[in-house]
Ligand binder design. Structure first.
Ligand code: FES
Length: 176
């Protein structure tokens, strides 16, 4: 029995030594990644083109419409304007990471469905991220708090989005 612990699983000659690759370590939706490409690459391209997490959308060159928001810790941050080199060691959550581990929706996602707050859907991931960040810093937001979010919706869903955020804040997501 003791011998099986002493014997190597494979001969040492079969192990190829590897140098550690330098890079930028980030945690995205609970998974660890090391970015070894251009440190200036915007997070949005890393998410969409490298990881194929396409929920986060282009929000304009300066993130002006809010569709590119992600959570960095608890803060909503524009993924277009955040180069990878500024994110070393950070924990990032995209819209794909909002649902629970059992695939149950986040209460704000459910509230968006309840309030029919989704038009074409382009802006929705950004609203969800901004809304979650708002609810974390202010669990009972006012209309003003919601109206000050940076997100834009070309489909005119702002009123329903406001209702959805307030429904989630009231703990009534999923209730009729
Ligand atoms: S739902 Fe279409 S842009 Fe907002």
């Amino acid at each position: 029995m003791l011998q099986s612990h002493i014997l190597p699983a494979e001969p040492a000659s079969a192990i190829v030594p590897e140098k550690a690759r330098e890079g930028i370590d980030v945690q995205i939706n609970g998974e660890h990644y090391r970015h070894t490409g251009d440190p200036q690459m915007p997070l949005l391209w890393y998410l969409r083109d490298v990881l194929r997490l396409t929920g986060t959308k282009y929000g304009g060159a300066h993130g002006e419409n809010g569709a590119d928001l992600v959570l960095v810790a608890d803060a909503a941050v524009s993924a277009v304007t955040a180069p990878m080199q500024t994110l070393a060691g950070k924990s990032i959550t995209t819209v794909e990471g909002l649902a629970g581990g059992d695939d149950s929706l986040h209460p704000l996602q459910q509230a968006f469905i309840d309030e029919d707050a989704i038009g074409c859907g382009y802006c929705t991931p950004g609203w969800l991220i901004a809304g979650v960040a708002l609810l974390r810093r202010k669990p009972k937001p006012s209309d003003d708090d919601i109206d000050q979010l940076p997100n834009l919706c070309r489909c005119g869903c702002q009123t329903r989005v406001r209702r959805a955020i307030k429904r989630a804040a009231a703990g009534k997501a999923g209730q009729s």
